[in-house]
Design a binder for this molecule. Sequence first.
Ligand code: ATP
Ligand code: MG
Length: 330
Amino acid sequence: MTDQTNLAPDALGPTLCIGEILAEIVATTTGEGFLDPVPMVGPYPSGAPAIFIDQAGRIGGSAAMVGSVGNDDFGRANIARLERDGVDVSGIRTDPVLPTGTAFVRYRHDGARDFVFNMWTSAAGALGWTDQVQAVCARAGHLHVMGTLLGHQSIWEITERAATMIKARGGTISLDPNMRKELRGDGETGRRFAQMVGMADLLLPSGDELYLAADLPVDAGEEAALVRLFQLGVKEVAIKRGVQGSTCALPDGTRTHAPAFDVTEIDPTGAGDCFGGAYVACRRLGMLPEQALTYANAAGARNVTFRGPMEGAGTRAELDQFISETKRLT
Ligand code: ATP
Ligand code: MG
């Protein structure tokens, strides 16, 4: 069964991602917050869905984005980056009034992050179902869903409609839970999460998210959680394990592990999204799990060696070079 791809082939149409597009400004000194002036660098193109889709396009997958930016340089820089990396940007609208969303981020000494966001009160929040969104959904072959966005009403409405349309034309769905425990219990968001797990062909959890998706306690064990997910109809699970690499699990019992690469982390933001973008693109291009995991680990690792959330997203050639030059952790 490992020689089969559980995701709709690239030829069916682009992988679609829906959500926030942001400009990110990063403090260049570590410490707490922004109460005093700090040196900063940016703007960098950002937003988790944008990072995911940029990596998917950059590695050579067919990719498209639905989002909203302002009529300003932050918006133009984001669109230019996605276009450069081969992403179909026809589903990105430019709001005539609201500015592009922003995220100011500063790392603390222990690696925790302090943020100042302007997200849903910016152009990013002014997203709705337009003719352009309809058109891109009508030709998409796969939808990648961000668990972080399930609590956001207007994005949910687009996501649910897109998921139904894409499934109906033989497309597939992946879900990165990126979900905190507390949200599972939260009525409507928890219900949407369960609905998306039920619709997902591929799940991309990290940490406890595997158990959250399976709706089992952490002490149930990884195998029990995987079996439960396969019973729910999930066809493939790619588990992200940070410096411990990643594992692909299939319903027939196949488990494929790929070690992480040994790098010096400069900026951890975007690793999970680059992993996901590369993994989905590679599987849709017909690669076997082992090769897709290797590219995905490389994409995550390479990205953390660059300052800025998607500055290290790699082309296939860049990732091939990275793989040949970088030691693996065991
Ligand atoms: P995020 O915090 O972005 O949500 P995540 O928890 O979803 O991340 P991670 O497991 O942290 O995902 O990262 C995804 C993949 O990227 C890992 O499986 C690993 O291969 C690679 N990676 C991430 N950080 C590092 C690192 N410091 N060194 C080497 N590889 C890394
Ligand atoms: Mg994650």
